[in-house]
Ligand binder design. Structure first.
Ligand code: RB5
Length: 148
């Protein structure tokens, strides 16, 4: 798969290790920045990453900031993006399986590098359970987007 990754300054400290891990899993990574620890604004990088998914270049994405929350809020403003902010492995797997999440967000200030890599494994290793009520509910999310 082709995976897009983005971060702000508060996620920059673990971004390279996350990229290396994803590449070792056999995936290709598109890095939309930020490229230094200088203070920056997370919505810029959330948007850049979301565009890569929405234009079809990348299948899934990872966004890292201090908490993961700002990134997930910004990402979820994009129609067609289903971003989940996770700090536990169970949620990272289930959000792929049940919510068809296409963006995983987490916070460098919340999770250590070990948990970050486990979150990535769980998210990228899971598949959407494309049936029954899951399909109905994900379609309902799209309906909410259309009505707003
Ligand atoms: C930056 O200080 C921090 O606010 C940001 O990385 C993120 O945690 C926001 O949700």
């Amino acid at each position: 798969m082709k995976i897009v990754i983005g971060c702000d300054h508060a996620g920059f400290g673990i971004k390279d290790a996350v990229i290396k891990h994803i590449e070792e899993m056999g995936h290709e990574v598109v890095d939309v920045g930020t490229y230094s620890a200088d203070s920056c604004h997370y919505p810029v990088y959330a948007s850049a990453a979301c565009k890569k998914i929405l234009d079809g270049e990348c299948a899934l994405g990872i966004l890292i900031c201090g908490t993961g929350i700002g990134m997930s809020m910004a990402a979820n403003k994009h129609k067609g993006i289903r971003a989940a902010c996770c700090s536990d492995v169970f949620s990272a797997r289930l959000t792929r399986e049940h919510n068809d999440a296409n963006m995983l967000c987490f916070g460098e200030r919340v999770v250590g590098i070990g948990t970050a890599l486990d979150l990535v494994d769980a998210f990228l290793g899971a598949e959407y359970l494309n049936n029954g009520n899951h399909v109905t509910r994900v379609a309902m999310l799209a309906d909410i987007e259309k009505s707003n």
